[in-house]
Design a protein around this ligand. Structure first.
Ligand code: TYD
Length: 144
C-alpha cells in the first residue's frame, strides 16, 4: 500500500531542465541523480513515427522513465489505475517523469517528431505489464 500511495502522489510530473541560451543555439544537459531522480541505465528514442501511430499501451513494474520531445510534439496519456491525465510534450527542456506502475499511451505525433526516453533500468520484457486488465488487477491488489 505504501508503494501504491507513492505512485498516486508521484504519478507523473514535468521536470524543467537547465538551458544555456546562446545566439549559436540552445544547450540543455541532464545528469543522473542531479536533474532527474535516478541513474540513467538506458536511453532510447522513437523517430520516423507515422502521424496516426499509437505507442506504449503498457506499464512497468520497476522501471522509471523520463520522456522528452526532442523535436516536434506528441501527446502522452498516463493512468495510475485510479486517475488519468495527459500531457502534450513539445519543449525539449521539459521531460515527463513517469513512475513505476503507470500505464502510458503516446499518439498524435507531429511529422518528424523525435521522442527520447531516459530509463532507470536495462530493457527487460518481464518488467512490462502489457494487458490493461492485468494492470488494473495489480493496482487493485496493491502490487508493484
Ligand atoms: P515497446 O516498449 O513496446 O515500445 P513503445 O512502448 O514505445 O510502443 O517496445 C517495442 C519493441 O522494441 C518491443 O519488441 C521491445 C523492443 N525494445 C527493445 O528491445 N529495447 C528497448 O529498450 C525498448 C524500449 C524496446
Amino acid at each position: 500500500m505504501a508503494d501504491r500511495k507513492k505512485n498516486i502522489n508521484g504519478f507523473a510530473h514535468l521536470i524543467d531542465l537547465p538551458v544555456i541560451t546562446d545566439p549559436r543555439g540552445d544547450l540543455t544537459f541532464i545528469e543522473s541523480n542531479e536533474h532527474i531522480p535516478f541513474a540513467i541505465k538506458r536511453v532510447y528514442y522513437l523517430y520516423n513515427v507515422p502521424v496516426d501511430a499509437e505507442r506504449g499501451g503498457h506499464a512497468h513494474r520497476e522501471l522509471e522513465q523520463i520522456v522528452f520531445a526532442l523535436s516536434g510534439s506528441f501527446r502522452l496519456k498516463v493512468d495510475n489505475g485510479i486517475n488519468k491525465s495527459e500531457y502534450w510534450l513539445r519543449d525539449p527542456r521539459k521531460g515527463l517523469y513517469i513512475n513505476r506502475m503507470i500505464s502510458r499511451e503516446m499518439d498524435s505525433f507531429s511529422q518528424g517528431a523525435v521522442c527520447m526516453v531516459l530509463a532507470s533500468e536495462h530493457y527487460d520484457e518481464d518488467d512490462y505489464v502489457r494487458e490493461y486488465d492485468d494492470f488494473i488487477l495489480s493496482v487493485n491488489k496493491g502490487e508493484k
